[in-house]
Write a new protein. Structure first.
Length: 439
């Protein structure tokens, strides 16, 4: 009996030991198995090749993990203010990313974001955002800056509207005058009078079309591609030849001086057209038996010398309100007087764009009844090429800094969680001195 009890007890002990060993092994296996929590704490890496593909895209790229943290982002995304402190800073984009993570659908939206550093009421940054799933745990956000495209579209609409209005006036006048000529076919004096007015309108229409062509050319061409040293005295002589006859008819004295030893760097044709427009305006808007002066001098400024060419008249002058707008296309201080002088409202716009494209400026001083002085400042020929090359190299370095290569949030020292907005080369066109683009 005792032997049987001992045998049963021994068998029970062996079974208990086996069960304990199996339970211990099962517990170890369960502890080693990855859980939902451990899966979310594993380091997240991009699928092979994705980093390379995203680095060559023009769009700003942001990769989010399943906790809405930024895994990697392009430098442009930081510059635009999309990422701050390792998080996506735009709530609309974040909500769209969460919806895409939930159902796997690709989504797209256009937003107007406040520009970095502009404060409330500043210019908006127009962007297009597209969200798509990237693997099982990641979401990819691609953001394209549409601000420049929208600005160009607005300029194009305004330009088309202004051109349509300006062309309608002489074309309509020609149509009416031609009908008048037909009705007065038996009156030679009336026919001669109407024909003379038709010739004036045709001349005005020709001038308008030619100045539109000139404005389009100076905005679309790079003047520095064919740049050369240009003597200011030669530019002044071309400008005087252009309006010598009209000045003689009004007994206006043209007085050049101080330009013999000065040279600028740029496109000869465009510079001659700009200076010619200034001199022609001075003659057209000056009363008879007055004086128009053209003077030049070299001025020293940080970064290199500038050549200053001033055109001074004794004309009607410009009011303070009009001085703010005279460089706009088709803007004329006195439309009635512009019709008499044949002005199209494009001459000063051409001057502005030529100056800006050559790295210079144009300014105006004027007082009503005392005349005006338009001052064209251009880089001096000696060091203009070196400065242009240095500026180009600086732009390339800046372009590299804002390349599309994806960066981890730790690579940016954001300080207070913000990165100041940096203008890209395209956004330079938004400044007041930069040429606007014609369609």
């Amino acid at each position: 009996m005792n032997a049987a009890v001992a045998a049963v007890a021994a068998i029970a002990g062996v079974c208990t030991g086996v069960i304990a060993v199996l339970a211990f092994r099962w517990s170890e296996r369960e502890q080693a198995r990855p859980t939902r929590t451990t899966l979310h704490t594993d380091p997240v890496t991009l699928p092979p090749g994705v980093d390379t593909v995203l680095s060559v895209l023009r769009s700003s790229a942001v990769v989010l993990d399943d906790a809405d943290s930024v895994v990697k982002a392009s430098s442009a995304a930081y510059a635009l203010g999309l990422v701050r402190g390792g998080r996506l800073a735009v709530d609309e984009m974040l909500r769209m990313a969460r919806d895409t993570r939930r159902d796997g659908e690709i989504r797209q939206i256009e937003l107007d974001l406040p520009r970095r550093g502009s404060g409330r009421g500043g210019d908006a940054l127009a962007v297009s955002a597209r969200v798509a799933p990237l693997g099982s745990r990641l979401v990819l956000l691609l953001v394209e800056d549409l601000t420049e495209a929208r600005r160009i579209e607005a300029v194009r609409r305004d330009f088309v509207a202004n051109v349509s209005h300006e062309l309608k006036t002489p074309v309509g006048a020609l149509s009416l005058l031609s009908e008048a000529v037909m009705d007065a076919s038996d009156d030679p004096e009336a026919v001669e009078r109407f024909a003379g007015r038709m010739q004036n309108e045709a001349t005005r229409l020709t001038s308008l079309v030619q100045e539109l062509i000139d404005l389009s050319r100076v905005q679309n061409d790079d003047p520095l591609e064919d740049a050369e040293p240009v003597h200011v005295a030669e530019l002044v002589e071309e400008a005087l030849d252009r309006c010598r006859q009209s000045a003689s008819n009004k007994q206006i004295l043209l007085a050049p001086g101080g330009t013999e030893e000065l040279r600028v760097w740029g496109h000869r044709g465009q510079l001659a057209a700009a200076l010619g427009n200034l001199v022609e305006n001075a003659v057209n808007y000056s009363p008879a038996r007055t004086r128009v002066g053209i003077s030049g001098r070299r001025i020293a400024v940080p970064g290199g010398d500038l050549i200053e060419i001033a055109v001074t008249d004794q004309g009607i002058g410009i009011s303070a309100m009009d001085k703010e707008r005279i460089f706009e296309r088709f803007y004329r201080v006195d439309p009635a007087r512009s019709r008499d002088t044949g002005g199209t409202g494009l001459g000063l716009a051409i001057v502005k764009h030529v100056a800006a494209s050559h790295g210079g400026t144009v300014t105006v001083w004027s007082a009503e009844g005392q005349g005006s002085t338009f001052t064209l400042r251009l880089p001096e020929a000696g060091g203009a090429r070196e400065r242009a090359e240095a500026q180009g190299a600086g732009t390339d370095r800046h372009h590299d800094h804002l390349s599309g290569a994806l960066q981890e949030p730790a690579a940016f020292d954001e300080g207070d969680g913000t990165v100041p907005y940096r203008n890209t080369p395209e956004s330079h066109l938004r400044t007041s001195d930069a040429p606007e683009v014609l369609p």
